[in-house]
Design a protein around this ligand. Structure first.
Ligand code: ACM
Length: 546
């Protein structure tokens, strides 16, 4: 009865059950009102029961009570279901909210529906005592909405799916060569020009196919405020990414003066319509710095610190900045000389350091991809280790906080099976079991160094995910396995029990069905999930263990 995902720390089953009825109430102490409102809303929809608001804990007799227990850790909770009802206590409002997510799982897959299938059915919670807390504080999902835009409704749905899996950091990849997705009031062309492209490569870069229709979209500032607030209600921090100085062609297409105008005619650039890394990177000029300070000023307002545990972080990208144009640019070379730098790599480090200092002065923390480590970083800056484990090891040893997201384990754009019918196969085969066995903490780290590992995140790059259906297919069920990696402590000794996980997944698939998630079935893609004839870029063999 308790096929929970992610697995809790401790489950002690009792022998009876709590039955929710028309008389059952939900009591939430003032500090846990948010979780109470959330639980009341979703359970009223699914059950059709009134689940009235109780005014004190005793009102919840035979119902559900939520309150704090200051003796518990920040995200820790205890759920006790017994003859007096269900009581969820947490060390914080977040802990109570995660406990409420567990309660929804205990009620069965139909608790994930938005209207009752049968108003006469019994809703029961087995008698049980669950004690639970997360292994990692940062349990993230990165969604690339630049390569393919996901409308706001889809983003809110992603946040609901994350909450159902106790994931708590939404890394929002808002800008790239192929699109700029956030309204910036002082630079309207970023979205007027930068948020759409006339056509799009269909399949991997080498594919001859094009989708010959405009693609685009962006979030207004109010959309962003709504997304951030919706996330905060679910104890999810949103970390926005504005990628500099590479991955910037959409911005340059909108404002050509941001590019290396002494190397190419940047007025002729448009938003990139195919995949790969553009050579069109930002010019290292004062104008560019001032422009992006203007962008970040609005970004800081839209993503306030205090809207979640990790909301102080701003992601500045910093990955894959090609140096071709800087090598040719008289202006960039002049900058290198003027600053006394050795080369273009140091110029990139200078660029990142500028925004590191700028963000730090405003009480925020910079995070970037592991390339940012190459030039030395301010003390508070953090690193997302994507090129394997090495960046994470170097960063932790240098005293920086780290989020582990090595591409060979948790890049969900990589294919999840070797079959011919796997849609648009990219990268290595990374099965559900591979993700389940992923260990975020690099084994080379000492215990003290490992304390810098804030946690882990899975990354969803959307070059070949043109729709929500494609995002669902690549993300699930692997994100369910990832959630367990991020939340559940390793059962010691002997590692993870994949067979046990699969048994619990049998129930979890029914939850995902009720939620309308288009996951990859264990038997392989359904006919409409396939993309026959669309070229991918599969890599053979096992990924390098680095
Ligand atoms: C990345 O995958 N370029 C961070």
């Amino acid at each position: 009865m308790t096929e929970l995902i992610p697995a809790p720390r401790s489950v002690v089953a009792g022998s009876g059950e709590v039955r929710l009825t028309a008389r059952s109430e939900i009591y939430a102490s003032s500090e846990t009102e948010g979780a109470g409102n959330w639980l009341r809303t979703v359970l009223r929809q699914a059950t059709g029961l009134p689940l009235r608001e109780g005014r004190e804990l005793d009102d919840a007799e035979g119902g559900i009570g939520l309150q704090l227990d200051p003796g518990l850790g920040p995200e820790e909770y205890r759920l006790v279901s017994d003859s007096s009802g269900v009581l969820i206590e947490g060390g914080s409002a977040a802990g109570v909210f995660w406990g409420a997510q567990t309660l929804r799982q205990l009620l069965g897959p139909d608790a994930y529906r938005r209207a009752p299938l049968d108003r006469d059915r019994a809703w029961t919670v087995p008698h049980v005592t669950i004690e639970d807390s997360p292994r990692f504080r940062w349990r993230g999902l990165m969604l690339d909405v630049a390569r393919h835009f996901m409308p706001k409704e889809g983003v809110l749905r992603q946040l609901d799916l994350m909450a159902a899996h106790k994931l708590n950091v939404f890394h929002f990849h808002l800008t790239d060569d192929q699109g700029w997705r956030v309204e910036i009031k002082r630079y309207p062309k970023l979205t007027e020009t930068g948020s759409w492209r006339a056509r799009t490569k269909f399949g991997h870069r080498a594919s001859p196919l094009w989708d010959e229709k405009p693609h685009g979209g962006f979030y207004t500032q109010d959309d962003i405020r709504e997304i951030v607030a919706y996330a905060a209600e679910r104890h999810i921090s949103v970390v926005p990414e504005i990628d500099v100085p590479g991955h910037s062609q959409a911005a340059i297409a909108a404002y050509p003066e941001l590019g290396n105008t002494d190397v190419i005619d940047t007025t002729a650039l448009s938003v990139l319509d195919t995949w790969g890394i553009s050579a069109n990177v930002l010019a290292p000029t004062d104008n560019t710095l001032r422009f992006y300070e203007g962008v970040f000023e609005e970004v800081l307002e839209l993503f306030p610190a205090g809207a979640g545990e990790f909301s102080e972080f701003i992601h500045v990208g910093g990955d894959e900045c090609r140096k071709d144009q800087w090598k040719q640019s008289t202006a960039a070379q002049g900058r290198i000389k003027e600053l006394g730098l050795a080369d273009e790599d140091e110029l990139q480090a200078w660029f990142i350091a500028h925004f590191d200092t700028w963000l730090t002065a405003r009480g925020r923390r910079l995070i970037g991809w592991d390339e940012i480590l190459e030039g030395g970083l301010a003390e508070g800056a953090a690193v997302a280790s994507w090129r394997g484990y090495a960046g994470g090891v170097a960063a932790a040893r240098a005293g920086h906080d780290v989020v582990m997201c090595p591409e060979q384990y948790v890049y969900l754009d990589h294919r999840q099976a070797p079959g011919e019918d796997e849609p648009v196969p990219i990268g290595y085969v990374r099965t559900l079991e591979d993700v389940y066995r992923f260990e975020p903490v690099p084994q080379q780290l000492t215990e003290a160094e490992a304390r810098h590992v804030l946690g882990t995140q899975a990354n969803v790059w959307t070059e070949v995910m043109e729709s929500q259906e494609r995002v669902d297919y690549q993300s699930y069920p692997r994100l369910s396995a990832f959630a367990e990696v991020a939340w559940s402590s390793l059962p010691a000794p002997g590692g993870r029990d994949f067979a046990g996980f699969e048994e619990r997944m049998a129930v979890h698939y029914r939850r995902l069905d009720a939620l309308g998630v288009g996951y990859r079935p264990p038997t392989g893609p359904l006919p409409w999930q396939q993309r026959p004839g669309v070229l991918g870029r599969p890599i053979e063999g096992a990924p390098p263990n680095r």
